[in-house]
Write a protein that binds this ligand. Structure first.
Ligand code: IMP
Ligand code: MG
Length: 174
């Protein structure tokens, strides 16, 4: 392969942390149905792993949304638009947005504002990774897998020029 990268968080550590998060979320949502919203494409690997770990007495429903804030670049363009909207209404549902990484916060702050207007019973955010040092817009994160320093990462759904989303570990571009 042409790009050089190394392992920041191993596949085992990622899987273990996702199981812990799923346990915590299962306890918090006891008696409810979790309506998970996957932010495509990056959130898809995390959402499937996370939802697999949710206790079977807590039902999960899924929907997908795609917003774009990045071109094929490693820096934010600052432009956010809805590329694919949800299929289902959110009214009265306990919504959990599942995202790969919160960087500047622009994407999620914009998205959560839109979702809030659709009157969910509750609206929470779960992210696999958080890069707090990069925040430009404040976002309230309910569940975080790992806080990381300001490095460009890939794998676990995250891409580098649309590639390497499938890697089971968090890699860092050298
Ligand atoms: P934000 O709007 O700046 O918070 O950007 C969030 C989105 O940018 C994430 O959902 C990712 O798709 C992408 N992104 C941010 N940082 C990285 C990174 O280090 N690697 C891969 N994608 C990233
Ligand atoms: Mg994303």
């Amino acid at each position: 392969m042409s790009e050089k990268f190394s392992v920041m968080i191993s596949a085992e550590e990622v899987a273990k942390r996702i199981r812990e998060l799923a346990g915590e979320i299962s306890r918090d949502y006891r008696g409810k149905t979790i309506h998970m919203i996957c932010v495509l494409k990056g959130g898809v690997y995390f959402m499937t792993a996370l939802s697999n770990g949710i206790s079977e007495d807590v039902p999960v429903t899924l929907d997908f949304m795609s917003v774009s804030s990045y071109g094929n670049d490693t820096k934010s363009s600052g432009v956010v638009r809805i590329v694919k909207d949800l299929d289902e209404p959110l009214e009265g549902k306990d919504v959990l947005v599942v995202e790969d990484i919160i960087d500047s916060g622009r994407t999620l702050s914009y998205l959560l504002d839109i979702l809030r207007t659709r009157k969910p019973a509750s609206l929470k955010l779960c992210t696999l990774l958080d890069k707090p040092s990069r925040r430009v817009v404040d976002v309230n994160i309910d569940y975080t897998g790992f806080e990381i320093e300001d490095r460009f990462v890939l794998g676990c759904g995250m891409d580098y020029m649309q590639k390497y989303r499938n890697l089971p570990y968090i890699g860092v571009v050298e």
